[in-house]
Ligand binder design. Structure first.
Ligand code: SF4
Ligand code: SF4
Length: 649
């Protein structure tokens, strides 16, 4: 890319460190930013260009308005089928992650997973309770073993209702029952999506979309929820933690080891072992001052939330990190790992290691993680990184760009932060929303997308929302984006509107809360359910003045997340282009007015970012109006009796 720093910042990436490196590379090394400039999107699927079906070998059929595929499939049917298949893939990614953790919990209970233990027994008790497990005075390992078995069978459940939907408000469960979208088990729903979208099966667009919704709910309230709960049980429920973000956290005089992907298991062990005296001495013997473990993408979020490890970048930063020439080793597991890394590492001394039995990359060395070999494998990987330190081929280039941040906001910690140790509660948040100091809460989540300026939309929306007294919660690459630009620094409170700032100052809470990885969007569902349960803001999630935004989304997982959030009653909006269902106005209608009627939430696409912001703010005001809290009220301090009365409203 032959552009100067200012132009890159304006058009390509808002991340100053990324812009600095792109300018320095000057197009000599191909990155995703160069490929996005030279490779245009396929126009099929965007508006007038029609849509493409390749579900059988009589196709691919390109279908425009008024035409059909060879089998007679209409534009609506194909749009719904394609969308449903994206959801199935996204739900599969999250739920397979959840399945592995459920299996791991059983191994930990049996003492068969060296280096791992149950770290949060209280969370295990709650999780077991939600799975309907008898706790009484049973041994913790016995409970963990049964929780593992129940979680696994819940993912593969064939009939009935998946048990964790009971964590949703009663009214929400009734909405799902009425519309026949309560998932049986996420595996079954994924299989059914694939079956129904095979040639010649389900051909009614709305009926196909209903199954897509059932599958997505199976992800959010099933697979993803299980992944988050068990990660907390095994690695600890996050609490507030300070750290620093961006590429400036790489160290010129230390061994830099990057963990990248989505799974916390091996990464947690690597982080813990990196402070081992013997390994540090070994690093010193190779001329390094120490071992610096940092993260990218959601593995970064997992180890940031629990151990304060620095996230140096999000999805679009992964190649740029290698181009610093300062990374000895990048260890990857699953999801969002660019295949281009294999080729790129040939130009640098960086070793690329794949560890998941599910993912190999050409050009990478595969060292398989097997649950039973955690500490042994982690040690081998760290040693390999140390051995590679003297092999740096060229002078490193580490941009001096960092930003302070506070992360670690599990729903348990938010409650504690709001109410204190002995009175932890969402009450102060509900009260602040009711009296209008906080107008509402907005989740800004999701990926980066090389078709848009890197990080720009996340940061713009987050800034604008807090300015307008909306509490912002973030996950995934959106969270890393905000952290990198300094908005998660406690100092950023000065950008918040007066009302939000006064609440944050009173309870000691930042206006922007990092809730974790993409799988941890399930934490948002838990927070919403608890806010409803706290009382005073309606009886269901769909009554709350909240919204969800994925402004730079790109992955199929994001579509599954957006769908389960909408089906949980939240107005959800995706930014950017192309829009996956753009060619079918009928399917767009199903996802907006149709889902609004059925679920009280919808999934809309708005590519203009200012329009998107206005729409979110107007939805929040509509919800406030419906709750009759749209006029400014004086703060009333409630005693316990009054609070109980509110809960029963
Ligand atoms: S399923 Fe129908 S529309 Fe799709 S490729 Fe086959 S013939 Fe064409
Ligand atoms: S937010 Fe998107 S790009 Fe980032 S790690 Fe998650 S799925 Fe991947």
């Amino acid at each position: 890319m032959k552009k100067n720093y200012e132009d890159i910042l304006e058009e390509v990436s808002e991340d100053k460190a990324v812009a600095e490196i792109l300018e320095k590379l000057g197009g000599e090394v191909s990155t995703i930013f160069d490929r996005a400039a030279s490779t245009k999107c396929c126009p099929i699927g965007s508006g007038i260009s029609g849509i493409c079906c390749k579900n059988c070998s009589m196709g691919p059929c390109r279908v425009r308005e008024g035409k059909t595929g060879l089998c007679g499939a209409t534009l609506e049917t194909i749009a719904a089928r394609n969308f449903a298949r994206h959801i199935a893939a996204g739900a599969a990614a999250h739920s397979d992650h959840g399945r592995d953790l459920a299996h791991l919990l059983g191994l930990v209970a049996e003492g068969k997973a060296p280096g791992l233990e149950i770290k949060d027994e209280l969370k295990l008790m709650k999780f077991a309770g939600n799975l309907g497990i008898e706790i009484a005075d049973r041994d913790i390992k016995e409970i963990a073993k049964e929780a593992s078995e129940k979680a696994l069978s819940s993912i593969g459940q064939q009939l009935g209702e998946v048990n964790l939907i009971k964590m949703a408000p009663e009214k929400r469960q009734e909405v799902w029952r009425k519309n026949n979208v309560v998932p049986r088990g996420v595996d079954r729903e994924i299989v059914e999506v694939m079956h129904r979208t095979h040639i010649g099966v389900d051909q009614d667009a709305e009926h196909i979309m209903d199954q897509a919704v059932r599958c997505a709910i199976g992800d959010g309230w099933g697979g993803s929820m299980i992944a988050t709960e068990i990660s907390d049980i095994l690695f600890n429920t996050p609490t507030a933690v300070r750290a620093k973000a961006n590429l400036g956290m790489l160290k010129d005089d230390e061994v830099n080891l990057v963990i990248h992907g989505h799974e916390p298991t091996l990464s947690e062990i690597i982080v813990e072992l990196s402070s081992d005296d013997e390994l540090i001495e070994y690093a010193k013997s190779k001329g390094s001052k120490g071992i610096n473990v940092v993260g990218i993408c959601c593995t970064a979020n997992e180890v940031l939330m629990r151990q304060g490890v620095s996230p140096i970048g999000n999805f679009l930063s992964q190649e740029i990190a290698i181009a610093t020439g300062a990374i000895e080793l990048m260890v990857v597991d699953i999801q969002c790992i660019m295949q281009a890394l294999g080729k790129l590492t040939e130009s640098y001394h960086t070793k690329l290691i794949t560890t998941s039995p599910k993912a190999k990359i050409t050009g990478a060395l595969h060292m398989e993680f097997k649950d039973s070999n955690g500490p042994e494998l982690a040690r081998e990987i760290i040693k390999m990184a140390i051995d590679n330190f003297p092999n740096r081929k060229r002078k490193t280039y580490i941009p001096n760009v960092t930003a302070g941040l506070v992360a670690g906001f599990s729903h348990e910690y938010i409650k504690y932060m709001l109410g204190g140790r002995f009175r932890e509660s969402f009450r102060p948040l509900n009260d602040a929303i009711i009296d209008g100091r906080i107008q509402g809460a907005v989740a800004v989540v999701g990926c980066n997308n090389a078709r848009h300026c890197h990080d720009k939309y996340h940061n713009f929306l987050t800034r604008e929302l807090i300015k307008r007294d909306c509490l912002v919660v973030l996950t995934g690459c959106a969270a890393i984006s905000t952290a990198k630009c300094g908005l998660m620094d406690p100092e950023a409170l000065k950008y918040a509107g007066e009302g939000l700032r006064s609440v944050c100052e009173a309870v000691g809470m930042p206006p922007i809360l990092h809730l974790g990885s993409c799988v941890d969007n399930s934490r948002i569902l838990t927070v919403l359910s608890e806010v409803v349960q706290e009382g005073g803001l309606g009886e269901d999630i769909s009554d709350l003045p909240v919204a969800g935004i994925a402004p730079e989304w790109m992955s199929e997982k994001a579509l599954s997340i957006g769908t389960y959030v909408a089906a949980s009653g939240v107005y959800t909006v995706f930014g950017g282009e192309p829009i996956p269902v753009e060619s079918s106005s009928e399917v767009k209608e199903i996802m907006t007015t149709g889902w609004q009627k059925k679920y009280g939430g919808q999934l809309e696409y708005i590519s203009d970012i200012e329009e998107l912001l206005d729409k979110v703010l107007s939805v929040i005001q509509e919800k406030r109006k419906a709750l009759k809290i749209d006029t400014k009220k004086e703060r009333v301090l409630l005693d316990m009796e009054a609070r109980r009365a509110l809960k029963n409203v």
